[in-house]
Structures are given as structure tokens and as C-alpha cells.
Design a protein around this ligand. Structure first.
Ligand code: ADP
Ligand code: MG
Length: 605
């Protein structure tokens, strides 16, 4: 093939790819334009997760009628004119690419009017080509409606995720901008339903209350610290101010997705600064758990280069270490000043607060220390013995006899019959088998048991449900609510009776019987957390993941004292499992010390 210059149309489509990756990128760019135009009201209307319609209406300055075509040309911007401007950008946009890029891959209509213009202008474009223009009556401001996104780039269309995923990503952008712009009234509508709105009264706590539940919002600790940079930026000694909110250590998650960063009002992705927040919690959080952080960094615009990528979410700092230090210190100081630091050793990995969105009834105070919760393990006693034979705890001989009597009724077992000796560290059960000693991880073992039972019921389409005496209401973030809503059938198949119960609120009326006693709100939340991390996998996989997650929350935790009877029930059920040697996540459930090993260790052989 000979070398040719690409047609303008094709070149725009290629360039558009970097700016408009998916529906949420369109939402982001249009909101940024509205904010740059000084809007105080921004209404976002979405249909079909953004594939069918994305409309952003603002009451900003508007685009002058004479310039409206120009706004849709590539590299056309009113925010930048000289190379020096590029070094000190205070607007969210500056590359002049977004409108051209969005128009290139959609059917776009814009209606805009400035205060000076007598009438509004309506412009229509299809694949970036103008198809209509007229004068219309319109209020001051701009409405951009994007329909049939990617209609002319089928490859892009194919790569879009499910409507739920796209919707969640859109929700995330809208909530981020609402947090960074509390003076602006945001309203987000999905399929004709308002799912999120703010008042624009400048009260960030109120916005937080819209995003998180009241209880979580109430627990957040405020960060407010003004730091001097150790070295002058641009010859002058200037400040890096850090403010925002962080969660107490008792609120923590399995991933970093609750750490949100802004620099000069711009949401940024920055793994180093995310780490600065995490590091501030050093020793306050169990390993593998991450805090909530909402961090606003204000600094001289010259000290940060925002022109790194067309999406403008990555930045380069002139003094990265100074920014890192400022964030880390600000967060650490807040934690030390505001939170009574608990005795870490008493924390149990598994029981430290999840359930960030739960209602006050299920809310937890900060630093929930683990308390033994005996008898609430949801162990299936029925499989053990008939009820009138119920346990005679602490009587080891009796236990052995009972275990022995069941020997014949368990063909195909993969574990030998074991005798429970006791519990160590409130985490491990010691047993004796025909060939030595076993140390069994109580949580992993219980998880395995519940998982096999649950999966068996599900595969047989026979998941038993157990009604709750008192239904539990859970309030979720808008994006989480969307996830639950789109998976209601799945939840039903898995024995959960979950119903919508007001905006972003659900009521749980029944839970799968197999898991026994659990905190239903917490279990639902951990499932949602888990789903949030994944990208709409196959339905079958979702169900398996939910089962996995529910079993994890239902399983007895490390740190719980078990009675002998409870340990025996657990061991017997483990003996009956298909794969007793690992938990459903693949970690070992037990360590075996054979009689031979013991003899060797003691120098008997
Ligand atoms: P950029 O934001 O980088 O300048 P865009 O392609 O997003 O580039 O927008 C091009 C220009 O169109 C902007 O510089 C601005 O002058 C104008 N514009 C876009 N959206 C709006 C809006 N909602 N209100 C007023 N002017 C707008
Ligand atoms: Mg822009």
C-alpha cells in the first residue's frame, strides 16, 4: 500500500478514540465544559447507559452564535491562545478536542445561547458533518445531546461493556464532579428517573450524604492542612493546600476504589498519591484493606502539568515528593488528631468494618474491636446428629464415639475422621486423625463447607430462602444501587428477597437459608462491593461470585471462640466436603503434622 494522508473524517475518528473511550468520557467532557462555562446548574440525562442518549444541559455562558461551528472543529478552544497559557491552566478543558471528538462518533445536537445573543442557535451534526442549523428560542446556556454514540465506529461499539457498567462509570464521574463543585446544582437522570441530585448550596457534607449513607457521611473525618512546599515552585514560595475527608480506620474496603483525588478541582488518577493516603493509615488498617479518602489538593497551577493525555486525568507534578508528603501528612495528622487509635492486635482481619453503606441500625461505630460471637455461626447442626442427640460439649470421648458412628454413612469422604482437641488463637482448630495432628483454619474450613452446600443447592435450582423477622433496609450509593437493581433476578435465584425501597434503598426480606445467621445488610454490601470490581461477567459467573462472597461473610471469623460442639460440627461437615483441603479461594484449610513428622521432630526415630 502506498503512503497516503488520511481523510479528515478518518483522522478525526482516530483522534476521537483517545478522548471518547466510552459513554462516561462523553459525560465527563460535557460536564467539564459546563463547569468551565461557569454553570451553576447542570442536568445530565442518560438513556441506555449512554449509548442511546447523553444530554448535558447547563446555565453557563453559552457559545456565541457566530462561533458555534468553530467550537466543533478540532483544536478549537476559547481557553488557550499562547504557549505560555499551557503552563498555567486553570480551566478543566484546554485542548479544544472534546466537542470535535464527540461529534465525530455520534449524532449530536447542540442548542446554545449567550446573554448577548437575541436567540439561541441549534446545530446538528452527524459523524462530525453539519446536517442542520437554525435559530431557536432558548434560555441562556448550552444543551448538548449526544445520540447513537459510536454508530459509525462499530469496533468501539463492540467493546462497550454492559449498560450497568457504563452507567456505573457515568455515576462515578457525576458524583466526583458534584463533590468538587458543591456550589453547582447537579441532577442526574437515568431512564427518566432522577438517581442523584445536589442542591448546590456549597455544603459538601450534604453531597457526601447523597453519595454515602448518612451514617458513613457522619463518620468521615475532615482533613484540612496547609503545607509549605520545601522548595520554591517557580521561584516563589507557594503553598500546597490539602483538604477533604477520610474515613476512620474502621471503615475499610478490599480495594482502593474509594480513594478519590482532585488537583485544583480536576479529578485525577495518580497511583502515587493514592499510596500517600494509604500510607497515612500505616498500622491502622489490616493488610489488604483500604480506606476511604476524598482529597482535594490546591496548588499553584504552574506546579502541575495537566497536558499529559487527551483525557486530562493524568498529571505530572513539578515536585512530586512535596505533593506526596503534603497529602500523606495531612491525612496522618487528621487520623492521629481525630481517631482514638485502637489496639491493632485485637483486630480481626475479617471482622473489621465492611458495610460502609449500611443503615444506622446496622452501622458500626468506629474501630469495632472483635468480640467473640458464640453460637451465631450458622453451622448446620441438622447434618450432625438428630436434635435430641445435640452435643455434649467438652466430652471428648463422646465426640469420638459420635464421629465414629457416622463413619459408614459417609462414603467418598476425603478426610479421615478426626477428633477435636481444642482451639488455638481463636482461629485454628486442633484435631487428631489416624495419622497425626491437624491444624484447621476455622474460617477457611467453614467457607468451604458453606460454599459447597450453597453451590449444590443453586445447581439443583433448590436454594432455600429464609424469611427475616425484621426486614433490613440498606442504602447504597447510586452506582451500587444500579448494580443491585440490574441483578435483582440473580439475587432472587440465590435465595435473597431484595426489593427496591425508595431512592437507592433496598429492603432485604429473606436470605439464603444455607448461610444461617448473617448480617443481611452487610452480606449484600460485600456482594455489591465485589460486583463493583468486576466487569459484568457472564451471568453464571456472577452467581458463583455472589455465592463465594456470601459464604465468606457468613463463615465464622478468626477471633471467634468456638465451643467444642461447634468445632465438632464444623469438622464433621468438612469431612463430608468434596474438596476439604482448600477454601473456595484456593487457600489451604489445614496443616497436617503426621505421626512420622512428630516422631522425627522429637528425635524419636
Ligand atoms: P475545550 O473545552 O478544551 O476548550 P471543547 O471541544 O470541549 O474544548 O470545547 C470547545 C469550545 O466550545 C470551548 O473552548 C468553549 O469555548 C465552547 N464550549 C463548549 N461547551 C460549552 C458550554 N457548555 N458552554 C459554553 N461554551 C462551551
Ligand atoms: Mg472541553
Amino acid at each position: 500500500m502506498s503512503i497516503k494522508v488520511l481523510s479528515e473524517q478518518l483522522a478525526s475518528q482516530i483522534a476521537a478514540g483517545e478522548v471518547v473511550e466510552r459513554p462516561s468520557s462523553v459525560v465527563k467532557e460535557l460536564i467539564e465544559n459546563a463547569l468551565d462555562a461557569g454553570a451553576t446548574k447542570i442536568n445530565i440525562t442518560i438513556r441506555g447507559g449512554g449509548r442511546d442518549l447523553i444530554q448535558v444541559a447547563d446555565n453557563g455562558t453559552g457559545i456565541p452564535a457566530a462561533e458555534i461551528e468553530t467550537a466543533f472543529q478540532r483544536h478549537a478552544t476559547s481557553k488557550l491562545s499562547t504557549a505560555e497559557d499551557l503552563a498555567a491552566i486553570s480551566t478543566l478543558g484546554f485542548r479544544g478536542e472534546a466537542l470535535a471528538a464527540i461529534a465525530a462518533v455520534s449524532r449530536l445536537t447542540v442548542v446554545s445561547r449567550t446573554a448577548e445573543d437575541q436567540a439561541g442557535t441549534r446545530l446538528e451534526l452527524e459523524g462530525g458533518v453539519k446536517t442542520g442549523r437554525e435559530m431557536v428560542g432558548a434560555p441562556e446556556g448550552t444543551v448538548v445531546a449526544v445520540e447513537n454514540l459510536f454508530f459509525n465506529t462499530p469496533a468501539r461499539l463492540k467493546f462497550l461493556k454492559s449498560i450497568t457498567t457504563e452507567r456505573r462509570l457515568i455515576d462515578e464521574y457525576v458524583t466526583r464532579y458534584a463533590l468538587a463543585n458543591t456550589e453547582v446544582r447537579f441532577r442526574l437522570t437515568h431512564e427518566n428517573r432522577v438517581t442523584f441530585q445536589t442542591t448546590g448550596n456549597g455544603n459538601i457534607q450534604e453531597v457526601l450524604g447523597e453519595i454515602h449513607d448518612v451514617e458513613t457521611a457522619r463518620q468521615l473525618l475532615s482533613v484540612d492542612s496547609t503545607r509549605e512546599t520545601p522548595e520554591p515552585v517557580s521561584g516563589e514560595r507557594r503553598e500546597i493546600a490539602v483538604h477533604g475527608f477520610v474515613g476512620p480506620p474502621g471503615l475499610n474496603w478490599a480495594n482502593r476504589s474509594r480513594i478519590t483525588l482532585f488537583v485544583n478541582g480536576r479529578w485525577i488518577k495518580d497511583s502515587s498519591l493514592t499510596y500517600a493516603v494509604i500510607q497515612a493509615y500505616h498500622t491502622l488498617l489490616p493488610t489488604g484493606r483500604y480506606p476511604l479518602g476524598l482529597i482535594f489538593i490546591q496548588m499553584p497551577v504552574e506546579g502541575v502539568d495537566v497536558n499529559v493525555h487527551p483525557a486530562k486525568t493524568e498529571v505530572r507534578f513539578q515536585r512530586p515528593n512535596a505533593v506526596f508528603g503534603a497529602v500523606q501528612r495531612a491525612v496522618r495528622e487528621t487520623l492521629i488528631a481525630e481517631s482514638p487509635v485502637p489496639t491493632i492486635s485485637a483486630w480481626s482481619m475479617e471482622s473489621s468494618g465492611h458495610s460502609p453503606w449500611s443503615t444506622p441500625a446496622h452501622g458500626q461505630g468506629f474501630a469495632r474491636l472483635n468480640t467473640p460471637d458464640q453460637g451465631a455461626l450458622g453451622l448446620d447442626w441438622s447434618r450432625r446428629r438428630s436434635p435430641n442427640e445435640l452435643p455434649v460439649p467438652a466430652d471428648e470421648e463422646n465426640a469420638v464415639a459420635t464421629a465414629g458412628s457416622q463413619e459408614n454413612s459417609k462414603p467418598g469422604q476425603k478426610l479421615p475422621i478426626m477428633r477435636v482437641i481444642g482451639q488455638v488463637g481463636q482461629a485454628y482448630i486442633i484435631t487428631e486423625g489416624p495419622d497425626g495432628l491437624y491444624l484447621i483454619d476455622q474460617h477457611a474450613a467453614h467457607e468451604r463447607i458453606l460454599f459447597e452446600k450453597f453451590m449444590a443447592e443453586w445447581e439443583n435450582h433448590a436454594v432455600a430462602s429464609q424469611g427475616l423477622v425484621a426486614p433490613v433496609t440498606v442504602t447504597l450509593s447510586p452506582s451500587q444501587a444500579g448494580l443491585v437493581e440490574s441483578n435483582l433476578d440473580t439475587f432472587r435465584n440465590l435465595g435473597f428477597a431484595v426489593e427496591a425501597f425508595g431512592p437507592n434503598t433496598f429492603q432485604i426480606r429473606a436470605i439464603p437459608a444455607v448461610v444461617g445467621k448473617i448480617d443481611p445488610g452487610k452480606a449484600l454490601l460485600s456482594v455489591v462491593e465485589d460486583l463493583e470490581q468486576g466487569d459484568a461477567p457472564l451471568q453464571g459467573k456472577i452467581e458463583a461470585r455472589i455465592v463465594l462472597r456470601v459464604c465468606k461473610s457468613a463463615a465464622v471469623k478468626a477471633g471467634q471462640t468456638l465451643t467444642t460442639a461447634e468445632m465438632e460440627a464444623l469438622i464433621q461437615q468438612l469431612e463430608a466436603s468434596q474438596n476439604p483441603h482448600t477454601c473456595p479461594h484456593g487457600r489451604p484449610t489445614m496443616i497436617h503434622l503426621s505421626a512420622g513428622q512428630l516422631a522425627r521432630e522429637f528425635g524419636r526415630t
